[in-house]
Write a protein that binds this ligand. Structure first.
Ligand code: BG6
Length: 486
């Protein structure tokens, strides 16, 4: 048991994303983004759920479809109009920080516009002012699965080098506008998601790339994001000298299924689905192991002459990660029961329990992973997403006894505390979805993460009233005691 606690200035809080909470997807000049055209997965199809990879025609059909109820990310939880009420509740819990994302399409509706949309900038001005008024420090993600859909349709998303320039313009615009209000930034949410989902991660469409070229396209798109991220790092350091900017990945820990050397090698390779991305952004160059991988897979990445220098000279200040579960790697022919995950499935780990959605719960894995990141980069780390998606039952008196959520978070926070004692330089912890929101993977509402309950069902019905779950008071105590009383 660790005796060392969290640092005094530890950034406790929560994390949300524009596309899952704001709603008002077509208000005040906002352009549609790639998440606004993703249809809900109904409860009966949950098990068959696959991340979307639509064609041009399917996206156009979705844009023409005005039945917003089928597209829950269009209405979210109405944070756009209710953010003051929600921030007051975060304040009541004692939040030091709130991670939000800026919806790129509120600022540049098509993504390639030359001039920003003032109404969009104004919304975030007001939001950041309100946070400061309540003593909450914003941590802002530039891109959380919110690439304007026009860039997918017209340019093939991130496979096109032009997106680097569009992103740079967007990043520079918001850094300049919010330089006195936002000190902590993140470039791309879960940048390694592109390996599992070319659409969500890379914003390109199924008919834009031949099946046999998808792997090539993913790495080309990732390269463009690395360069865009490095350019944003440069712009941030020039514009906000006392600011800090991090990269962010899905923090996945890959165990070997057995001690068979081939399983162990497989786990190492899978682990690189995470580390490749942080290696480039935290060390500033492509790791040697990728040369072999690219050769073996016939991948040739087109780079500009200046790219290597840009990557090397603009390292991130910290590494941020989401962490929900761990995974098991095995030789390809291995048979066995599989379980679901936020972005990929895995073999079942017999030592772990799983959530209602089949995600394998592994608090100890978080300690291990934080140590691995520290050994590799010796940089500050920030856990910017972690939490349990679960069904909640509202009692007759309106109370919600979510002991399961507290148990999940308690164990993860305990292991983070151990990691700090191990020597990990941990900046903060923002629990995912401190208020119930629209699920990323299924767009359901009944997969709830919040300390705050939102009265809305999977079909968009409800009063949208907010109420406190038992975990609300628990997290309040955790923050108040700086993680000593769990
Ligand atoms: C992460 C995403 O992958 O997982 C979030 O960054 C997402 O946007 C979270 O909401 C949980 O996933 P889900 O599908 O349960 O909402």
């Amino acid at each position: 048991m660790s005796i060392k606690g969290f640092p005094e200035n530890f950034m406790w809080g929560g994390a949300i994303a524009a596309n899952q909470v704001e709603g008002s997807y077509d208000k005040d000049g906002k352009g549609p983004n790639i998440s606004d055209v993703v249809k809900v997965v109904r409860p009966e199809d949950r098990k068959k759920m696959k991340l979307p990879f639509p064609t041009t025609e399917e996206v156009k059909e979705a844009l023409a479809n005005k039945n917003d109820k089928d597209y829950p990310k269009r209405y979210g939880i109405d944070f756009y109009n209710r953010y003051k009420e929600d921030i007051a509740l975060f304040k009541e819990m004692g939040f030091k920080t709130l991670r939000v994302s800026i919806s790129w399409g509120r600022i540049f509706p098509d993504g390639d516009d030359l001039e920003p949309n003032e109404a969009g900038l104004k919304f975030y001005d007001d939001l950041f002012d309100e946070l400061h008024k309540q003593g909450i420090e914003p941590v802002v993600t530039l891109s959380h699965y919110e690439t304007p859909v026009h860039l997918a349709l017209e340019y093939g998303g991130w496979t096109n080098r032009k997106l680097v320039d569009f992103f740079e313009r967007y990043a520079q615009t918001v850094f300049t506008r919010f330089k006195d209000k936002v000190k902590y930034w993140i470039t791309f949410n879960e940048i390694n998601a592109i390996m599992m989902s070319p659409y969500i991660g890379g914003a390109f469409l199924r008919d834009q790339v031949k099946d046999e070229d998808i792997l090539q396209a993913k790495f080309q798109a990732a390269h463009h994001q690395f360069v865009a991220s490095a350019k944003a790092v440069k712009a941030l350091h020039e514009t906000i000298p006392d600011g800090q900017i991090g990269c962010m990945v899905i923090g996945m820990l890959n165990y070997a299924n057995t001690t068979h050397p081939e399983d162990v090698l497989e786990a190492l390779n899978d682990q690189r689905n995470t580390f490749f991305f942080t290696d480039v952004m935290a060390r500033g160059h492509y790791p040697a192991y990728m040369t072999r991988f690219f050769d073996d897979n016939g991948i040739v990445i087109e780079k500009d002459e200046s790219d290597e220098k840009v990557l090397q000279e603009n390292l991130v200040d910290y590494v941020a990660l989401s962490y929900y579960m761990s995974s098991v790697s095995a030789r390809p022919e291995t048979e066995g029961e599989r379980v679901a995950g936020n972005i990929m499935s895995s073999l079942k780990n017999p030592y772990l329990e799983a959530s209602d959605w089949g995600w394998q719960i592994d608090p100890k894995g978080l300690r291990t992973l934080l140590n691995m990141f520290t050994d590799r980069y010796e940089k500050p780390l920030f856990v910017v997403e972690n939490g349990l998606g679960a069904f909640d039952k509202v009692e007759e008196d309106g109370s919600i006894h979510d002991e399961y959520r507290m148990a999940y978070l308690r164990e993860h926070i305990r292991e983070m505390r151990e990691a700090v004692a191990d020597g990990v330089d941990l900046m903060g912890y923002t629990a995912w979805g401190p208020i119930d929101l629209i699920s990323f993977s299924t767009s359901e509402m009944s997969k709830r993460y919040g300390f705050i309950y939102v009265d809305q069902d999977d079909y968009g019905n409800g009063t949208l009233d907010r109420s406190r779950k038992d975990s609300f008071y628990w997290y309040q105590k955790v923050i108040e005691t700086n993680g000593r009383d769990l």
